[in-house]
Write a protein that binds this ligand. Sequence first.
Ligand code: SF4
Length: 396
Amino acid sequence: MDMADSTGPWGSLKGVRPGKIVQRWMDQGKGPAQIEDELTQVYGMSRDKARLLLEVARRQRPWLLNREQADRLVSIYIGIPFCPSRCLYCSFPGYPLPARGSLVEDFVSALQREIETVGEGLGRRGMTVQTIYMGGGTPTSLNPEQLDRVLGGIVRHLRGPRTFEFTVEAGRPETLTGECLAVLRRAGVGRLTINPQTLNDHTLELIGRRHTAADTFAAFRRAREAGFTCINMDIIIGLPGETRADLDRTLAGVAELNPENLTVHTLALKRASRLKAEQQLWKLPDDGAAAESLAAASGFARGAGYLPYYLYRQRDILGGLENVGYTRPGFEGVYNIQMIEERQTVIGLGAGAGSKWLRPGGWWLVNSYNPKDPINYVSRIDELTRRQVDKLSGLG
Ligand code: SF4
């Protein structure tokens, strides 16, 4: 019996991390055919989604830590809560960059303290950092001097001999100046993510991003010239008013730029977003059109030689669909795998950052969160660093 039609493509599997159950079944020794049957028959998932999930899980397997490794290796997330402007669909802590005042400076100082405290705590426990991911917000909206200070702290206190991936999100291409790129290179950042979301100027204007498609092309080329050999691009399926021709234009631009990673998101109507509040004002695709667009993006990615390597879902995502990260072979963003599959402690520093603390002996996690609001983060930094020390002492 295949119940997929009555319950949507993911059937009754409601979680945002559907791959976790597949990893667990693989741990138990279940084979691909048995897993595919259970996903389709017990959970009512469509066969296409079951196969996609299995493919992704198999590709991730070599990156997952065993329990002993997980006691020694952590990943780090650093949240910079500022953006040049707010996107229509954003529910994230992307506070518009304050024009004046000391807030950004105070934030940078508080973050440096947190970085130092956590670095020392990890050192005392003999733990090392495997991957570092700086997101937000838009980290590259800090000025080059502030960015340099934060990256310097990361290099001194967190990066270690086993750190093999250091990603910085330059979500808004207009922030990626030559000076900014030089600072990133000097600090040893190896992976950049430059996020056009769409390469159609009329949509960019509608969704409140103050850059053009030409800015994305220019930023990408500057990054290549600066020596970046691993670049991710995020695009979003189902943006207001976008037609199939718009999507094709975006995909043609991606093909031209040829990034190592491509992340295909499906639009989600997040609770705290302006999009959700003004939903009736926007022309969004119906479920069938969203699914067709996602299938077209997937067909493009596979045709261009990308392979799916991580996958997650969000509440209120169009058509009950998913977000998929694609990679050229050998360029997997390992932080993304660790974050989604939850087999490693991920320590979140900065505003709006969440931490996942793996409990000794198993694969269960305790979550903690830093405040989203940078003012709140700065004023509570003493308490937050104490809590980080406390949580670190509970590891392993
Ligand atoms: S770039 Fe990201 S964090 Fe910033 S406003 Fe847009 S969606 Fe939010």
